[in-house]
Design a protein. Structure first.
Length: 499
């Protein structure tokens, strides 16, 4: 959501003239670029355990991060205050780091009047009506997460009845339910960004997450299941329909969980179910498309832009424009507009995922993937919502084409080596495929393979793309909310670790 310009300037207690002067100081000792990232995030959380609210929390994170670039060197510093003295000290520290050893005796960087005036002259900003002026180009800015009810204006107590209702609904659906834990967390982040190019952008980012963890007991055996939904929206997300959806999913498939066994392992075809299986796409392939790994030559896909990397029926997208999606961005954390990026189109590697640094290195435009955990971190290339587009095959037809293999639909605990592309994922649930039919439910198996090879070995793509709406969080030295998705796909050969 976009609020009025004055809201953000007043919130962070700065003027445009101060922003221009700070950015100019970042260039004062030879820096080539400087940006400022302001953040005010309000967090709430509630935990319902055994029908009783057992904990709740509230806190605010406020501050500014300042980055200075000089060539390939990055200087970064942050302050938890936005007063003039603290920000001046932060920009000096960032400038000193960027300059390296040559700045060991650096004095306070000066801002040439002509440079400050040039930055101010270039200053354009995004307005609440959706029309943005970035530098000298007028562009349309779409809001990908408008919301009705601000989480910050609600009392925590108003959500307790919904959490209790969800707990009771789950418990009443299956007599094997032993324990239900329900959690609700929300946040709203007011973000303002400014850089030495004279670009000023801002927005307010909501996020609500409702999750349940259920423990089932049968004949002395225990099974667990977790279900979550997470959206960039206001508290209007807490609806009867959502409670019903989560409760139904929480108890579905439990018979199969208790009946599952560990199959014989070996090399075999693997059918990936639509939706949550997209985590393998995110981990085993998506990270290898992030431009910092490719800029440093660490990715298996380095130097392969324009080359065919898989079947021509496959297109893979990283998308920041899905309304209300956990990975949506109006602007990334460098002030670049949210957009939809084709990494692979019709089997050909078309683009990496870029922040401003990698984009400058490769001589291309940034793709809106510069993201960070908070103002305490410098932005790096990160995914948003990563998914494979639908193909033309029917799910039933894909399964029926497999004589002997495995169908998997939920994963946990994966490991990936970006350089080699090798991966291992633990399968939470799936089925044996025998003579084209799903038969015995399976568990406690690993799927082992190589990302680029697995991509090349996809021989069928379903027409049932599903983007999962769970609370996915990507860790890459710092955490970012993401989402993932995939249609049903058939990989002709992977290693299944079983008996």
């Amino acid at each position: 959501m976009f609020k009025e310009e004055r809201y953000y300037l007043d919130l962070f207690q700065v003027t445009k003239e101060q922003l221009a002067a700070l950015a100019c100081k970042g260039l004062g000792e030879g820096g080539s670029y400087c940006d400022l990232f302001f953040e005010n995030t309000t967090y709430h959380d509630l935990l319902l355990r055994d029908g009783i609210v057992s904990s709740g929390g509230f806190h605010i994170d406020y501050g500014v991060g300042i980055r200075v670039l000089k060539g390939d060197r990055t200087g970064y510093a942050y302050s938890e205050s936005t007063d003039s003295k603290s920000m001046a000290e932060a920009v000096m520290a960032a400038s000193k780091i960027a300059m390296g050893s040559s700045s060991s005796n650096m004095v306070k960087p000066e801002c040439p009047a002509a440079t400050a005036e040039s930055i101010l002259a270039s200053l354009r900003l995004s307005t609440a009506d959706g029309t943005g002026h970035l530098r000298h180009a007028t562009v349309k800015i779409e809001d990908f997460y408008p919301y009705v009810n601000d989480w910050r204006e609600a009392e925590a107590s108003q959500f307790v009845p919904s959490l209790e209702k969800l707990q009771q609904s789950i418990s009443s659906r299956d007599s094997r339910v032993l324990k239900v834990i329900v959690s609700l967390s929300d946040q709203v982040s007011d973000i303002m960004m400014f850089n030495s190019l004279g670009e000023l952008t801002f927005d307010s980012r909501p996020m609500g997450t409702l999750a349940v963890s259920v423990v089932f007991s049968q004949d002395g055996r225990i099974e667990n299941k977790t279900v979550s939904r997470s959206y960039r929206t206001g508290n209007e997300m807490i609806s009867e329909a959502l409670l019903e959806e989560i409760a139904a999913e929480a108890v579905s498939g439990i018979d199969e969980r208790f009946g599952a066994r560990r199959p014989k392992g070996g090399q075999m075809p693997v059918v990936m179910g639509a939706g949550a299986s997209g985590i393998l796409l995110h981990e085993a392939m998506g990270h290898a498309f992030e431009a910092d790994f490719n800029r440093k030559g660490q990715s298996i896909f380095s130097g392969r832009i324009g080359q065919k990397v898989c079947n021509e029926d496959i297109s893979i997208v990283d998308d920041g424009t899905i309304k209300g999606n956990r990975g949506a961005v109006n602007f990334d954390d460098e002030g670049v507009r949210g957009q939809k990026t084709f990494m692979v189109r019709n089997g050909v590697l078309e683009s990496y995922l870029h922040d401003r640094i990698s984009a400058a290195h490769f001589g291309v435009s940034p793709t809106g993937n510069g993201r960070r955990e908070s103002f305490r971190y410098a932005p790096i290339p990160r995914m948003r919502a990563t998914y494979m587009l639908s193909g033309s095959a029917e799910k039933e037809g894909i399964i029926s084409s497999v004589k002997k293999g495995i169908y998997v639909d939920q994963f946990s605990n994966g490991q990936v080596q970006i350089g080699e592309g090798d991966f291992t994922f633990f399968v939470k649930s799936g089925f044996l495929i025998e003579d084209g039919r799903l038969t015995m439910p399976v568990k406690d198996i690993n799927i082992i393979g190589n990302g680029p090879q697995a991509l090349a070995d996809i021989i069928a793509v379903g027409n049932d793309l599903k983007v999962d709406e769970g609370a996915w969080t990507c860790g890459k030295g710092q955490s970012c909310p993401v989402s993932c998705g995939i249609p049903t796909v058939l990989i002709k050969n992977l290693t299944v670790g079983g008996e």
